[in-house]
Design a protein around this ligand. Structure first.
Ligand code: GAL
Length: 353
């Protein structure tokens, strides 16, 4: 830099005596920026429909899944449809998270070869885990299926399977499969009421959508609470401000359809008529319900719609559509999917504009 001649300013248009003040402003701005970066880094975004990398950088494999909270940690269980696995086996994966955005792979708690000899097309879908505080066991329910004798299709037997573990993310021991209360059961859903009572939701093809309690040890389905005589699957329920909200999808296989909801003051009903949860032409924005997850924070309660965007031909690449619902006073609405963040401590969800 050439030496300054007398009267020439360091920065043209700025009096030299103002430079210390300007430096201070610049310095403060830099500090503010430094403080702001970690703030943004700490509010991670949930991005509906995108690849969701786990701690290993691999897309989360927890399709048709469910979440339970254990001592401040969320555990997400679902179908592991990763490529390159043994095609005769069926896998469930388990991930953990403190913030519902960053997920750490924990285990494949289920790696099963056809446990009931249903043949190569046997099915294990929609695993859901309950914790039984009395027996101190984690109990997994899943949809177990296979073809009836002489058939080739995969969904004739319509049963639930049960497996148990002493730890949430341990290797679960498969116990058996059965038809709950002697009814057909295909898609299952899980609901734990605010008083801790566990319920299994199951789709009974000839009759509709059933909600039933579990036995004391959770290993059996004990008593029917309600039959909603509508053909709905992907069933989920949430209890909010004294009202129960049930959602479900129509029976269109892997193809999306307009999911619907109804409300009731008691799980046993009467239930209101079912209404759309999103503009019907969007077909639930291409997704299908699997669970309604209630996050009760210090400032707010957020109910998350957890849905699957199925890709039947590349199942490992199926995506997730999670969004905070607009819910209350008997109304439920799924906003248009956009990246959003959740502060699990305050319960406040913020959707990006
Ligand atoms: C859907 C169901 C999925 C899977 C699929 C197979 O109706 O919700 O879990 O079973 O059918 O076609």
């Amino acid at each position: 830099m050439p030496p300054r001649t007398h009267g020439q300013r360091l920065f043209p248009g700025v009096m030299d005596e103002n430079i210390p003040a300007m430096r201070k402003i610049a310095w403060n701005a830099a500090i503010l920026l430094l403080l702001a970066v970690p703030l943004f880094a700490e509010t991670p975004l949930i991005r509906p429909g995108e690849v969701w990398p786990d701690n290993r950088g691999q897309h989360v494999q927890a399709h048709g899944g469910g979440i339970i909270l254990v001592h401040g940690t969320y555990y997400w269980f679902g179908e592991d449809r990763s490529q390159g696995q043994d095609r005769s086996k069926r896998y469930v994966a388990c991930y953990s998270s403190k913030d519902l955005a960053h997920w750490t792979f924990r285990n494949q708690p289920i790696k099963l070869s056809d446990p009931e000899n249903f043949g190569p097309t046997w099915v294990l879908e929609r695993p859901k885990v309950f914790y039984n505080a009395k027996t101190k066991k984690y109990v997994m329910y899943m949809h177990i299926d296979g073809p009836s004798p002489g058939h080739t299709g995969g969904y004739d037997l319509a049963r639930v399977g049960v497996a148990v573990s002493d730890t949430v993310d341990g290797d679960y021991r498969y116990l058996r499969s059965f038809r709950p209360l002697d009814h057909q059961s295909r898609d299952i859903g899980q609901f734990i009421d605010d008083d801790g009572t566990p319920y299994l939701i199951f789709e009974d093809r000839p009759f509709g959508f059933r909600i039933a309690t579990l036995s004391g040890d959770y290993l059996n389905v004990e008593k029917e609470v309600c039959l909603i005589p509508l053909h709905l699957e992907g069933g989920a329920v949430v209890h909010l401000d004294g009202l129960y909200y049930a959602i479900g999808s129509a029976l269109t296989g892997w193809n999306p359809n307009p999911n619907k909801y109804a409300t009731a003051k008691s799980l046993a009903g009467p239930w209101s008529e079912f209404k759309d949860i999103a503009p019907p032409e969007t077909k639930t924005y291409g997704s299908q319900s699997t669970m309604l997850l209630k996050i009760v924070g210090k400032k707010a309660t957020t109910v998350i719609f957890m849905g699957d965007i199925w890709k039947p031909r590349t199942q490992w690449d199926s995506r997730y559509l999670w969004m905070p619902l607009e819910i209350g006073n008997g109304k439920l609405w799924l906003p248009e999917p956009k990246p959003w963040s959740l502060d699990v401590k305050s319960g406040v969800a913020t959707i990006l504009k």
